[in-house]
Structures are given as structure tokens and as C-alpha cells.
Design a protein around this ligand. Structure first.
Ligand code: 13P
Length: 249
């Protein structure tokens, strides 16, 4: 993984407060290093405060549309103008609770890149899909939706996060081998279209990552860091996860 920089990203989901911005920015400013990119994804109202505290920031979603009559939605350009750098697209909670289809996710991915945000494309199978041996099929379809809409070259300025739905918030982490197999599948799939791009592509693992299991996960050849939910709300745990990523270069 020497050719790829490690990344640790924290998705706060619908959690957080101004107090947490202070605690986490202090913690992150302490672990910052050239060896890793650390990014937080707070709820929208906390984005400006986090940016002002010097933390690299993204949002958890954006609208697929340009500005207009879309009550309650948030325009990607505005997010970019505030100073955010990244956006999550296709998180499994957006797909399952808000019915975002592969095609909507591809539109959001494209809109993010139009305004210069780096999309982190979240992919992953449900428990029943995993039990029925459909992991590769599901993950491939989620990635193909983006490739078909804007072409493989668009993946160059993006990150992919593999988050098996059965591992999110359940304490059931994929084993390092299980996760590595899917990451390798993703990299090989993209390498078949563009080998250099695939070698440079950052692929994160997410799903019940904590300070006890992060080191072994990040040590896998095709795992370049993590997308962390619950443990990104605790300064000690998140700092420890960031530290564990430094050694994997
Ligand atoms: P947990 O780390 O809480 O399982 O959440 C993972 C996740 O969904 C990050 O986007």
C-alpha cells in the first residue's frame, strides 16, 4: 500500500454537537500526520465549525440537482464554497432508509465532481445477500452504475468505501481476510478497465471498526484505511484508530 496514502474518515451520522467539534478537532490536530488523511463527516449544521477548527471535512450527502426548488436539500456547490472537500455518496443508510437507487447515487457522484468535491462512494451487501453469495454481484452493480454514467476515469478523483451492511453498527466486523477479498475484487474489477487508476485508488473498509480491530484490517494489502461510525464519536477511540493507520504505509 506504499503507493496509496492511508485515510481515516469518521461518519458522525445524525450525532454530534458543538462540544464534540471542539473535542474531536483537538484530538485530530494532535494525531495529524503527513502519513494519513483524516476527514470527518458531521451533520450539515456543524460543517462550518469543524472547518474553522482546521479539520478536513465532508458532508454525508448532497443533492443530485443544481440549485432550485428542492426544499430541504443541500447544494454541492454551497458545500464546496464553505470549504468542505469530500462527500459520502450511497451510504447504506441513504440507500435503505431514503431509497437512493444506484442511479441516484451515480448522479450525486457526478454532481460532487462537477463542483470539485471528492466523492466517497459507499458500497456493500446486506446480510441476506452475503448469505446467498451475492456480495460480488451487488458491489459490482453499485460500482458499474457510476462507471456507466460517467466513465471509469471519474474514479480517479474519488474514494471507494466497502461497508458490508451486516457489519454496520452491529459489532460484527468483517474479518481482515473477508474484507481483503472484497477489496481485492473491487481493485481487480477496476484494474481490468484501467490498471494505473486501480493501483492508485483508495479503498476504505467500514463496519464496526474500532481501536482493537483497526490495525489488522488496515494491514491488508488492499485496505487503505477506514470509514468509522460509532468510534468516530469518541476522541480516544478515533485517535487510536488514526494512529493504527500510520503504521500501515
Ligand atoms: P459503525 O462503525 O458504527 O459500524 O458504522 C460504520 C458506518 O456506517 C460508517 O459510515
Amino acid at each position: 500500500m506504499a503507493i496509496r496514502k492511508a485515510m481515516v474518515a469518521g461518519n458522525w451520522k445524525m450525532n454530534g454537537s458543538l462540544e464534540l467539534v471542539k473535542q474531536m478537532s483537538d484530538a485530530i490536530n494532535n494525531v495529524k500526520s503527513k502519513k494519513i488523511d483524516v476527514v470527518l463527516f458531521p451533520p450539515f449544521p456543524l460543517v462550518s465549525a469543524l472547518i474553522a477548527s482546521g479539520v478536513s471535512t465532508g458532508t454525508q450527502t448532497i443533492s443530485e440537482y443544481k440549485p432550485g426548488a428542492f426544499t430541504g436539500e443541500v447544494d454541492a456547490q454551497l458545500v464546496k464554497d464553505l470549504g468542505a472537500e469530500y462527500v459520502l455518496v450511497g451510504h447504506s443508510e441513504r440507500r435503505s432508509i431514503y431509497n437512493e437507487s444506484n442511479s441516484t447515487v451515480a448522479e450525486k457522484f457526478s454532481r460532487a465532481q462537477q463542483v470539485g468535491l471528492t466523492p466517497i462512494l459507499c458500497v456493500g451487501e446486506s446480510e441476506s445477500e452475503q448469505e446467498n453469495g451475492k456480495t460480488e454481484l451487488v458491489v459490482a452493480a453499485q460500482i458499474d452504475a457510476v462507471i456507466e454514467k460517467i466513465g471509469v476515469a471519474a474514479l480517479k478523483d474519488s474514494v471507494i468505501a466497502y461497508e458490508p451492511v451486516w457489519a454496520i453498527g452491529t459489532g460484527k466486523t468483517a474479518s481482515p481476510e473477508q474484507a481483503q477479498n472484497v477489496h481485492k475484487f473491487i481493485r481487480d474489477k477496476i484494474a481490468a478497465l484501467d490498471s494505473d487508476l486501480a493501483q492508485g485508488l483508495t479503498i476504505l473498509y467500514g463496519g464496526s471498526v474500532n481501536e482493537k480491530n483497526s490495525e489488522l484490517l488496515f494491514a491488508q494489502a488492499d485496505i487503505d484505511g477506514g470509514l468509522i461510525g460509532g468510534a468516530s464519536l469518541k476522541a480516544d477511540s478515533f485517535s487510536a484508530i488514526c494512529e493504527s493507520a500510520k503504521g500501515t504505509l
